[in-house]
Design a protein around this ligand. Structure first.
Ligand SMILES: *Cc1c(COP(=O)(O)O)cnc(C)c1O
Length: 245
């Protein structure tokens, strides 16, 4: 009679995001709640929404579609580089996507124009993890082209660390991101409203107060769902590790 089942304690998820959002706020950052590890389950997403997430972020379009259908209200962020063939769906389902290829940006702009929308873009820059991103030296050229695309709005820059090469978040990485944003803003006389610097692997750095003020956005999944930072997989003080039983 021991049927395997998974209990998801939504109030524990909400507790975790609330604490992370509060600690982030103290350091001038907002948090996107990353839903991919719960397959975009609407109840999990709603717990993140209640607990203070600024956006809901997922790496799968079907998960975004599921959350949209459930009536979640926060802006949606697609967390990975779209394929050109997905451009129409991306523009329809996501308010913002993370990008690092001109051909994809062109496809997104065309799709957005067709749908009468303006799609938000965060350009990823490669800071050593080797998973994704534009090499910093190529950023000016990409930005210049992006700014000519009528369907797109450059919302900001982002970096992803701690994934492919396991690079640990450091103050230097965050400073590099802030410097690049400063250069883009200076060169084009614009303001970037989103500098997305960390995932759950950056909580130590956040708590140390060593993230430059310009970096104002975090994308957090594991710490909300499992209660731990992900550089060393240590429980994070005050978070609950048993939201999933
Ligand atoms: C999954 C993902 C995150 C969240 O990472 P966690 O370690 O679970 O917080 C952040 N950014 C990107 C681009 C991701 O794909």
């Amino acid at each position: 009679m021991n049927t395997p089942r998974l209990h998801i304690h939504l109030e524990r998820i909400e507790h975790n995001i609330r604490l992370i959002a509060q600690q982030s706020r103290e350091h001038g950052m907002t948090v996107a709640g990353v839903t991919k590890c719960a397959c975009g389950h609407p109840a999990v997403a709603r717990a993140m929404q209640h607990g203070g997430a600024g956006q809901l972020a997922d790496s799968r379009l079907e998960n975004l579609r599921r959350m949209r259908a459930a009536g979640l209200e926060l802006p949606f962020m697609l967390l990975r580089l779209p394929a050109p063939s997905e451009a129409e769906d991306v523009v329809q389902l996501a308010d913002i996507s993370l990008n690092s290829e001109l051909a994809v940006l062109q496809a997104l702009s065309t799709a957005a124009e067709k749908q009468g929308r303006v799609h938000g873009v965060v350009l990823m820059v490669e800071l050593g993890d080797l998973r994704e991103g534009i090499p910093p030296a190529e950023l000016p050229r990409v930005v210049q082209q992006l700014l000519t695309m009528p369907g797109l709005r450059l919302r900001g820059l982002g970096a992803n660390l701690g994934c492919f090469a396991g690079t640990i978040h450091s103050r230097e990485h965050m400073q590099k991101l802030a410097d690049l944003a400063g250069q883009v803003q200076g060169a084009h006389g614009l303001r970037l409203d989103m500098l997305s610097g960390i995932n759950s692997g950056g909580l130590d750095l956040l708590a140390s107060g060593d993230i430059p003020g310009a970096v104002n956005h975090a994308r957090i999944g594991e710490a909300i769902l499992l209660g731990r930072e992900s550089s060393h997989r240590r429980p994070w003080p005050g978070l609950l590790q048993d939201a999933f039983e």
